[in-house]
Design a protein around this ligand. Structure first.
Ligand code: PMV
Length: 323
């Protein structure tokens, strides 16, 4: 009866700019999705009959990737992530389903994180009309701190390359990792606004803005510079500088109109007790993230300001089997 866990993710730097070829930096968080699969007499998901079309990630992994034709399966899912909040819950689900299913098929199978990242990416693409960046799935599978870019990024260790046939042509990415020094004494606190983060709408909104005001492309270049500075600060364990880069990144994201009053108010509420804070992911709704030495205090500030907090270490372990 294999059980697998895959973490969610949070983007520290580079959201939106990554759509224009710049790097994005994401970290795996402690919360994620656990999936338990066992052979059964009938197909069920969380005790209900499995309607395969309602679960495009799972159906793609079962049918297209593993071409599974064995006994019916009972699938149980439990998630510690806010959904539609930009925390990568569908990527975590795909990675955990892939890991558990590999063991159903071959009980001696050992986890191959890169293979699972590829399976997860394929499932995300299938569920999103052929368009998906590998950021969420790679971060959830590999864990730690992951950098995704069109090209290799200085100061990162290359792990694998991914490509995808999209409606706009072939896209390729380089996925690298950065080791965060263990002695870092700081926590991430995410704050969910309670509103869904409509990634597609936000990305189209930015594209529209850039068409109307071409000078705004400078904001993207600025985000790319901040991302590089943030990465250097992260790998040397300079939390003060990471926080400054987060604050600067939030201002640039505001300038491209992807923040919201709710995100700004959570960011403002936590700044006095944080190294830095910014919205994370697509914006519009979804989450903000703070880097702090006082996670409980910051979590309280988020609750008082009307958000839902989630505390995490900075870069959790990737997909794994659990007992
Ligand atoms: O909110 P999320 O995790 O879906 O983040 C989206 C990140 C974007 O850069 C806005 C879009 C993308 O495809 O990278």
């Amino acid at each position: 009866m294999p059980k697998a866990f895959a973490p969610g993710k949070c983007i520290l730097f580079g959201e939106h700019a990554v759509v224009y070829g710049h790097p994005a930096v994401a970290v795996a968080i402690d919360s994620g999705v656990e999936v338990e699969i066992k052979k059964s007499d009938s197909w069920t998901i969380d005790g209900m009959p499995l309607e395969i079309d309602r679960h495009p990630h799972i159906s793609h992994i079962l049918k297209d990737i593993f071409e599974y034709d064995g006994d019916p399966l009972e699938i149980r899912i439990s998630s510690g992530l806010f959904s539609t909040a930009g925390l990568g819950s569908s990527a975590a689900l795909s990675n955990a389903v892939g890991a558990a299913l590999e063991v159903i098929i071959d009980e001696n199978h050992e986890i191959d994180k890169v293979a699972l990242a590829r399976i997860g990416h394929s499932a995300e693409a299938k569920a999103q009309n052929g368009r998906a960046s590998p950021t969420d799935t790679a971060t959830s599978a590999i864990g730690g701190c992951i950098v995704v870019s069109g090209n290799d990024v200085e100061g990162t260790e290359h792990i694998f390359s991914a490509s995808l046939e999209t409606p706009e042509g072939t896209r390729t990415w380089s996925i690298g990792k950065v080791v965060i020094p263990e002695e870092i004494d700081a926590w991430l606190v995410l704050g969910f606004t309670g509103k869904a983060s409509p990634t597609g709408d936000m990305v189209s909104g930015v594209a529209r803005l850039l068409k109307e005001e071409p000078k705004k492309i400078e904001e993207m270049n600025a985000i790319a510079n901040i991302t590089q500075a943030g990465l250097t600060a992260l790998s040397s364990g300079n939390v003060e500088a990471v926080g400054m880069a987060m604050n600067a990144c939030h201002e640039r994201l505001r300038n491209i109109q992807v923040s919201s009053p709710e995100l700004d108010s959570l960011v403002d509420a936590v700044r006095p007790h944080s190294f830095g804070a910014k919205l994370t992911g697509a914006g519009g709704g979804g989450c903000m993230v703070a880097l702090t030495r006082y996670p409980q205090r910051v979590a309280q500030e988020i609750e008082i300001a009307g958000g839902k907090p989630l505390i995490s270490r900075l870069g959790a372990e990737g997909v794994r089997l659990v007992n």
